[in-house]
Design a protein around this ligand. Structure first.
Ligand code: HEM
Length: 223
C-alpha cells in the first residue's frame, strides 16, 4: 500500500495515471460518438437509447466514475505539463531530440486543447443534459425528446460552428494523446510508429464521427 502511494506520487506514477484516465476518457468519447450515430437511424431510436441510458440505475456509478477520471486527468495532466515547461526553461537545449519535441507538444498543445475540451464539455452539459425538456411518447412510454433538442441546436450556424471547431480541437488532443497514453503505461514500446498511426486513426474516427452529426443536423435535420 505504502509503495503504491509512493508510486502514485512520483512523476512516473502521475504520468501513468494521466495515461490511464486519458485512455478511459478516450473509451468514453468513442462510445458516446457511436451512440449518437443513432440520430441517423430515427428520432425514436435515438430517444429510446437516451431513455434507456438515463433510466439505468448504474448511470450514477458511471457518472461518478467519469467525473473522477476527468478531474484526475485534468489536475495531473496540467501539473505535468507545467512541470515539463519549467524543466525545459531551466535546461534549454539547442537541438531537441524527438522525445523532447514530443514532450514539448505534450505540454504546449495538450494543455491548450485540454482546456478548450473542458470548456466544450461544460457548455455541452448545460445545453443538453440540463437543457429544455421536450416530452415525446413511444408505445405509451413518455421520454425526453433529445432528438428534437439536438436538431434545434444544430440548426444554428453559430452553435454548429462552435461544435465543429471543438471537434477539431478534440482531434488534435486525441491524435497525440491516444498514442502517448500507451507510452505512459509502458505498453507496445517496440511498436511506436504503429501506435502513433493508430492514434491518428482513433482521433479521426472519434472526431470525424462527431463532425458529421452537426453537419447532418444543420442541412437535413427535421426534413
Ligand atoms: C474528452 C476528454 C479527454 C480525453 C479523451 C483526453 C485524452 C487524453 C489522452 C489519451 C492523453 C495522453 C495521456 C498521456 O500522455 O499519457 C491526454 C493528455 C493530456 N490531457 Fe487530456 N483528455 C481529455 C480532456 C482533457 C482536459 C479537460 C484537460 C485539461 C483541462 C486535458 C489535459 C491534458 C494534458 C495537459 C495532457 C498532456 C499531459 C502531459 O504533459 O503528458 N485533457 N489526454
Amino acid at each position: 500500500m505504502a509503495s503504491l502511494k509512493i508510486f502514485l506520487k512520483s512523476s512516473v506514477g502521475r504520468k501513468f495515471l494521466v495515461g490511464l484516465t486519458g485512455l478511459g476518457l478516450s473509451g468514453f468519447v468513442l462510445t458516446h460518438m457511436a451512440g449518437n450515430m443513432l440520430m441517423f437511424v430515427s428520432p425514436e431510436a435515438y430517444n429510446t437509447y437516451g431513455h434507456r441510458l438515463i433510466t439505468n440505475p448504474l448511470i450514477y456509478v458511471a457518472e461518478v466514475g467519469l467525473l473522477v477520471m476527468f478531474v484526475v486527468h485534468m489536475g495531473l495532466a496540467l501539473k505535468l505539463a507545467l512541470e515539463n515547461k519549467v524543466a525545459r526553461a531551466l535546461a534549454p537545449s539547442q537541438n531537441p531530440s524527438n522525445c523532447e519535441k514530443d514532450a514539448r507538444f505534450g505540454s504546449r498543445y495538450m494543455a491548450l486543447t485540454g482546456i478548450l475540451v473542458l470548456v466544450f464539455v461544460v457548455l455541452h452539459l448545460i445545453t443538453f443534459k440540463y437543457g429544455p425538456y421536450y416530452p415525446v411518447t413511444y408505445n405509451g412510454v413518455e421520454m425526453r425528446d433529445l432528438h428534437k433538442l439536438i436538431i434545434e441546436k444544430f440548426k444554428s450556424p453559430l452553435y454548429s460552428g462552435w461544435y465543429l471547431f471543438s471537434m477539431l480541437v478534440l482531434f488534435v488532443h486525441l491524435a497525440h494523446g491516444f498514442s502517448a497514453s500507451f507510452q505512459s503505461l509502458g505498453l507496445f514500446s517496440v511498436r511506436q510508429c504503429l501506435i502513433k498511426k493508430l492514434g491518428w486513426l482513433f482521433a479521426l474516427i472519434v472526431a470525424g464521427g462527431f463532425f458529421i452529426q452537426p453537419i447532418y443536423g444543420y442541412f437535413y435535420g427535421g426534413n
